[in-house]
Design a protein around this ligand. Structure first.
Ligand code: FAD
Length: 512
């Protein structure tokens, strides 16, 4: 029976894993976390996916418990700027589509667009974002109160996602890791600050122990590799191959800045912005006390100095004198994330560029799946294979979705953006795009395994990006559109009421 776990790495992945294991198993499994005092964490990873609330729910943490300590804000959507053409923007919201007479509202929008903005006509969140609104009123009530669970908090996981919760969070990754460290240590996780210098394998090639600089040998039944891109247990010691996605997703570097700016109505936007640039895109993440920003680019098209110059010009004089950080990104996934008695979670398992903020989502998915597949009754190959399938499907699905962002963007004004239209794409995606030209994406035609994104996300991206034409189902021409017009009217009316009733995010946090 597996009764002891050693987590190596004290970044977001390490502390999320240690906390979650404690929340799941309490004292029935002992957890040790060893983190290097000298090797820094990646230092980014500040925008999340709406399912992250299940993680906090599972740990029994309310927003008021953790958000203030982590400089956290709400994130209702991602705002894509300049992906179609300079000056154009649209939102990819955390909001499912309404349905009218069996067709999603966006199909009706394609048939008979009330205005030029599919996002504002079809979703409430786009209007809230344009006005920098908080998703909660000053009494703390969620704007879509039907989606909030009443009564004692439930411990939910990703597979319990019945409704689409309308927001995620932005937070300071280092502050969150410290917060979770306190949470985990308070519940019995043993914390060791030391370097793992070597990994000793037994005669079967399983991990027998870890050699540390100051604490001698550490051994346990199961090891979790959270050592970031180094992956010193899984990829290095166990030699599990890493399969690169670089042929389909060429961005491999980022330069980042932390820009202290006081909060204000305009600054505390309830969304992440992804602005398309010459050789990639820039993220803007509004935290309470600063902005996190970075330029993700492809080194085949741009030198690091040029990338830094572009980022500084983009941010403006507020970043004068601030130190930047240059990061090389290993894009792809380990062939298997669980090998023998070692499971890699976080960057050690795999990574795709942060365009849809999926790094922390992968961590959450990995640790939830580990708990669901936990080898409490010993090592079973079929259990390990089932885990590896779930993790691989999740990352491969997100890879397809991200490739679509580049292939689907109407922008084609330089070699970087033109090459995105001719570069190899995963085979099934090429086939799916042809299907979507005939009929907009639906549950039957998007990537078929769980990867966090549902058909409505594909529809929103294709309508916003504008490079792959969608057309309304021909049947709509033969149908009465009264109900659809009523629904568009309802969206507009509700959005108008929310604009009047909701405070801005800045007002909300000033009050709370
Ligand atoms: P790291 O943060 O690298 O931590 C590694 C840990 O291992 C450290 O504690 C280190 O000390 C320890 N370690 C290493 N070697 C040893 C050793 N020999 N002995 C002991 N300890 C050791 N994700 C999102 O969800 N949203 C985003 O907006 C986002 N933006 C990103 C932007 C960029 C440019 C990049 C590269 C990533 C981004 N991510 C994002 C991903 C996110 O940053 C990571 O998923 C997350 O931070 C987890 O990192 P980690 O804990 O796996 O690795």
């Amino acid at each position: 029976m597996v009764k002891s776990v050693t987590v190596v790495g004290g970044g977001t992945a390490g502390w999320m894993s240690a906390s979650y294991l404690k929340a799941a198993f309490g004292d029935r499994v002992s957890v040790t976390l060893v983190e290097s005092p000298g090797v820094p964490t990646i230092g980014v990873g500040e925008a999340t996916f709406s399912t992250v609330r299940h993680f906090f729910d599972y740990l029994g943490l309310a927003e008021t418990d953790w958000m203030p300590s982590c400089s956290a804000t709400y994130k209702l959507a991602i705002r894509f700027e300049n992906w179609r053409a300079p000056g154009h923007h649209f939102y990819h919201p955390f909001e499912r589509l309404r349905t009218v007479n069996g067709f999603p509202l966006t199909d009706w929008w394609l048939h008979d667009a009330p205005t030029g903005r599919f996002d504002k006509d079809s979703f409430l969140i786009a209007t809230l974002c344009d006005a920098n609104k908080s998703p909660r009123d000053l009494d703390g009530l969620l704007f879509e109160s039907s989606q909030e669970h009443k009564g004692p908090r439930k411990r939910t996981t990703l597979s319990d996602q019945v409704t689409q919760f309308p927001y995620a969070y932005h937070f300071d990754a280092a502050l969150l890791a410290s917060f979770l460290a306190e949470y985990a240590v308070g519940r019995g996780v043993r914390r060791i600050r030391d370097d793992v210098l070597g990994v000793e394998l037994d005669e079967r090639g399983w991990i027998a122990s870890l050699a540390t600089r100051e604490h001698g040998r550490l051994s346990s039944d199961l090891y979790i590799d959270c050592t970031g891109f180094r992956s010193i247990l899984l990829n290095e010691a166990l030699a599990e191959p890493f399969e690169s996605y670089q042929d389909t997703l060429p961005n491999d570097r980022a330069v980042t800045l932390r820009v202290p700016v006081p909060p204000s109505t305009d600054r505390l936007q309830p969304y992440t912005t992804a602005t398309a640039m010459e050789s990639g895109w820039i993220w803007t993440i509004p935290l309470r006390d600063r902005i996190g920003t970075g330029y993700v680019y492809a080194s085949d098209y741009c030198e690091p100095e040029d990338a830094e110059r572009t980022l500084r010009l983009f941010v403006g004089p507020t970043c004068d004198g601030l130190e930047s950080s240059h990061i090389g990104m290993r894009v792809g996934r380990s062939r298997n994330s669980w090998v023998k008695n070692c499971v890699a979670i976080g960057l050690a398992s795999g990574f795709v560029e942060p365009l849809e903020s999926t790094g922390i989502f992968f961590i959450q998915h990995g640790i939830e799946q580990l708990v669901k597949h936990f080898p409490a009754d010993g090592w079973r190959l079929d259990t390990i294979a089932s885990y590896n399938r779930a993790v691989a499907h999740c990352m491969d699905g997100v890879r397809e979705f991200l490739v679509l962002h580049y292939r689907g963007a109407a922008r084609a004004d330089n070699a970087y953006w033109r090459d995105a239209k001719t570069r190899r794409i995963p085979d099934p995606l090429a086939e799916r795009i042809e299907q979507w030209k005939a009929k907009p994406p639906d549950a039957q035609t998007v990537y078929p395994y769980y990867h966090g994104f549902e058909a409505y996300s594909y529809v929103a991206m294709l309508l916003g990006l504008g490079g792959i034409p969608l057309r309304a189902p021909a049947a709509l021409a033969l149908m009465d559109s009264t109900a659809a017009h009523r629904e568009f009217g309802l969206v507009m009316e509700t959005a108008g009421r929310l604009l009047r009733d909701l405070p801005t995010q800045y007002e909300y946090f000033r009050r709370h």
